[in-house]
Design a protein around this ligand. Sequence first.
Ligand code: SF4
Length: 432
Amino acid sequence: MAYQVYFQTLGCKVNSYETAAISKLLSEKGFVETEDYETCDVYVINTCAVTGEADRKSRQMIRRARRVAPNAIVVAMGCHTQMCRDSADADIVVGTDDRPSLVPLLMEKLHLKEEMQEDLDAGTRFFEYGSVPYQENTRAIVKIEDGCNNFCTYCIIPYSRGRVRSRKREAILSEISDMAKKGYREFVVTGIHLCSFEKELGRDSTALGELLLEISRIEGVKRIRLGSLEPSCMTPQLIAMLKENPAICPHFHLSLQSGSDTVLKRMNRKYDTDLFRRVVKDLKEAFPTASFTTDMICGFPGETDEEHSESCAFAREIGFTHIHVFPYSPREGTKACAMKEQIDGNVKSKRTAELRKISDQMEEERTSGFLGKKVEVLVEEVREDGTCEGYCREYLRVITKTEEPVKQGDILMARIDGAEGFALTGSAVSVV
Ligand code: SF4
């Protein structure tokens, strides 16, 4: 396909002559001149500097080109750019003495653009693996989405994995149906940015709610567990849909990253602590026994002692069952990596240890809160001593004594009477 070039020439006859000369050079390379500036591939402005007004007009034309032809490569050449090379609105800037370099520079840019377009096209398709053979005993992980559009300042994923694209519903449902026939009972639905499922089709997070309802109707599916969720997608509508779905496990991994609003802003997260609080409150109303887990980063660039304290206090307020705490680690190519106020490694380690201690305390409190309560256990393993092990719906490991013979995949109700580390212990009261 021939590239379309639009020319705009300011100033004198010499400039007109030079525009014609460049046009000829480009036509020899297969370019075609066009009158349609809005759809052109290359927009060339041959500038003028004879007066201050000509300078002003040249700058204005370059800015306008960028605006009216946002997909074009904007080339600024001529007398104005000879004097003033820092034209940020143009992709290629040549003066009068280096005009011959215009054609090779342009070819290089177009080639790069083509390569980027190819990458982008590849990154807009969900790569379908088909059914993934390796899974845990009774729990299968199912990926429904890839990519992310959020551009958190510390994260490389939108660059490395590309933008959101969703797996086809038929493929998801057929994989789950096959796995359920093989005996899997619990399905962990995951994605890079789960709530963005079908976002590229213009859907909001209720698309995820619909999909989960379809999954729950598949024969053999007893539980659906959700992977990491972004708080801002947890709208009242989606929470209402989750509440109506009997297979949803009351365990939510809500990605917090920081409990300080100023740090969240620097991270370019799309929520603040107020919104997070609202989501937790709504989920607790819908699922009174809900467990919450999260990820948090310590020592993000510029994090002050006060911000770290705010973060710890907010984590305590929410009462997470577990926090995956990470010291901030710079990723080349991200905005946060270029931020000036990087935090000293010792400070990061100290803050990480402090938050991990808080996580352990909360985990213990949460575990002891189950004493005397009945929970539903999906049996993953039957041990030689007759006890069995599995997770309750709230995602705590439970070791259960049982009189009745049970096997992997059975579901039983157990009364909790103690704890072993972070696991609960109890006795089966019935097999469901
Ligand atoms: S942290 Fe998560 S939401 Fe943010 S850019 Fe990375 S993948 Fe997207």
